[in-house]
Design a protein around this ligand. Structure first.
Ligand SMILES: Nc1ncnc2c1ncn2[C@@H]1O[C@H](COP(=O)(O)OP(=O)(O)OP(=O)(O)O)[C@@H](O)[C@H]1O
Length: 260
């Protein structure tokens, strides 16, 4: 079977003191998929995300991103290669409008250099026009037109998350790591958010890697779903299969695990 992995985690381990938070774990995220990562509290999901996103360095093993060994690279270096992590913290600049927030994202805009601004005003104008148009397209795609001139600080929790999703679209990410999408979002906006993630995946080809405690959301969005427990991958498959596996249900999906 051919498998085009955008993220390939190979035998990665991470200890905190005597605790093996991630233990010889291997898993892959296929390009074009929405891959879910679930498991009980303390299973090692966040640690695995931190390892993949470059927030912490593994004790052993390798992280391959888009065919290249990126083990030990920092988050900003991974960002420039097209790996984005979002939703853990709302990064919006409160005193800027939704549209301006999107326009701030692309790095290395010519307008950032004062010397270039002075030497080549025409180039800057063109680049700005391009970024503005792209931001307007993203606003349209996410159906945020009615709040585009609203200060980001005044948006609802769900709208802020949509805006953050929009920020990933400004840089053409190869993979987006989503952390706890559902946390703090009401059911209606959650449906919007889920629909937009699906559209970004299906219409624009984005790959997502998702940690989520909300099993309904995981069931709706993700295929495959990877189950972690005690620092290891213990199962992988469509949510229907995972849900039907009595051993997994018994051991890992009792009431405490479902609680977001
Ligand atoms: N910085 C740290 N220092 C010490 N121990 C840590 C650290 N980060 C995580 N751990 C421990 O590693 C284990 C795995 O934690 P992790 O947060 O990765 O699990 P998780 O699956 O994301 O859990 P949850 O669903 O509760 O967020 C836990 O026992 C946790 O206490």
């Amino acid at each position: 079977m051919s498998f085009d992995a955008v993220i390939d985690v190979k035998n990665v381990s991470k200890r905190f003191g005597g605790l093996r938070a991630v233990n010889d774990c291997s898993l892959r995220v296929e390009r074009g998929s929405i891959t879910g990562l679930i498991g009980p509290n303390g299973a090692g999901k966040s640690t695995l995300f931190n390892l993949v996103a470059g927030n912490i360095v593994p004790d052993s093993g390798q992280i391959i991103f888009d065919g290249q060994d990126v083990t030990g690279l920092k988050p900003h270096q991974l960002f420039h290669r097209g790996m984005l992590r979002t939703f853990q913290i709302a990064h919006e600049f409160s005193n800027m409008t939704a549209l301006e927030n999107l326009m701030m994202v692309p790095s290395g805009q010519p307008g950032e250099s004062l010397v270039r601004t002075w030497l080549m005003p025409g180039v800057i104008k063109d680049a700005e026009r391009h970024v503005r148009q792209k931001a307007l397209d993203v606003i349209d795609f996410l159906k945020l037109g009615h709040v585009k001139h609203e200060l980001a600080g005044n948006l609802s929790g769900g709208q802020k998350k949509l805006l953050e999703l929009g920020r990933t679209m400004m840089v053409d990410a190869k993979v987006v790591l989503l952390d706890e999408v559902a946390a703090g979002v009401n059911r209606t906006l959650l449906q919007d958010l889920a629909a937009n993630i699906e559209r970004m995946n299906q219409e624009l080809g984005y790959t997502f890697f998702v940690i989520e405690h909300d099993m309904d959301l995981i069931g709706r969005l993700c295929d495959p779903v990877i189950v972690m427990a005690q620092g290891e991958k213990i199962a992988e498959g469509p949510m229907s299969e995972i849900r039907a596996n009595p051993e997994i249900i018994e051991a890992y999906f009792g009431a405490p695990v479902e609680a977001a």
